[in-house]
Design a protein around this ligand. Structure first.
Ligand code: HEC
Length: 129
C-alpha cells in the first residue's frame, strides 16, 4: 500500500535545541533574507503569502509551531528555492516570524453547519434528544 504523501509532519525536526531560539537575532535575518518577498511588515507581496498579521496562517497551523516552521524552512522551503540558512539561523528566523500576531484558530469556522454534522457530533442539548 502507498504510504501517502509526505506532509509537514514527515519533516525531521532540527537537531538544534528549540529553547535556543532567539527572535531578536531572527529579526535581522528576516530583514536580510525574507523581507524582499514577504515585505518588512510580514504582509506578503503579490506572489508571496503574508507570514504574520491578520491574513497569515492561523495559530492552529503547523507553521505556528516554531520548531516545525524552522524545520520546514531549513529542509524544504525558504528562502524560496534556495534554503541555505543554518539550523540555528532558521530557528531564530522562525521564532521572529511566530513572535508576531496572527489570527486565532476557531474550530467552528471550519465545520459544516450543525444540521450536517451527524448524530455523534450533535450538541447534547439539541432538540430531539
Ligand atoms: C524569492 C521570494 C521569497 C523569499 C526570499 C522568501 N519567501 Fe517565503 N514564500 C515565498 C512564496 C512565493 C511563498 C508561497 C509558496 C507556496 O505557496 O508554494 C512563500 C511561503 C512562505 C511561508 C508559508 C506561508 C503560508 O501561509 O503558507 C512561510 C512561513 C515563509 N514563506 C517564510 C519565509 C521566511 C522565514 C523567509 C526567509 C528565511 C522566506 N519565506 C523567504 C517567497 C519567498
Amino acid at each position: 500500500m502507498h504510504p501517502g504523501p509526505a506532509g509537514p509532519g514527515a519533516i525531521r525536526p532540527l537537531a538544534v535545541d528549540p529553547e535556543k531560539a532567539d527572535a531578536e537575532r531572527g529579526r535581522a535575518l528576516d530583514a536580510e533574507k525574507c523581507a524582499d518577498c514577504h515585505a518588512g511588515d510580514g504582509a506578503g507581496r503579490k506572489r508571496s503569502h503574508p507570514v504574520w498579521g491578520g491574513r497569515s496562517y492561523n495559530r492552529g497551523a503547523g507553521l505556528a509551531n516554531t520548531p516545525q516552521l524552522a524545520a520546514w524552512l531549513n529542509k524544504v522551503a525558504m528562502p524560496l528555492d534556495d534554503p541555505h540558512l543554518t539550523e540555528p539561523e532558521t530557528l531564530d528566523v522562525a521564532a521572529c516570524v511566530n513572535a508576531h500576531g496572527r489570527p486565532a484558530f476557531k474550530l467552528e469556522e471550519h465545520l459544516p453547519p450543525a444540521a450536517e454534522l451527524g448524530e455523534y457530533n450533535a450538541a447534547a442539548d439539541a432538540p430531539g434528544r
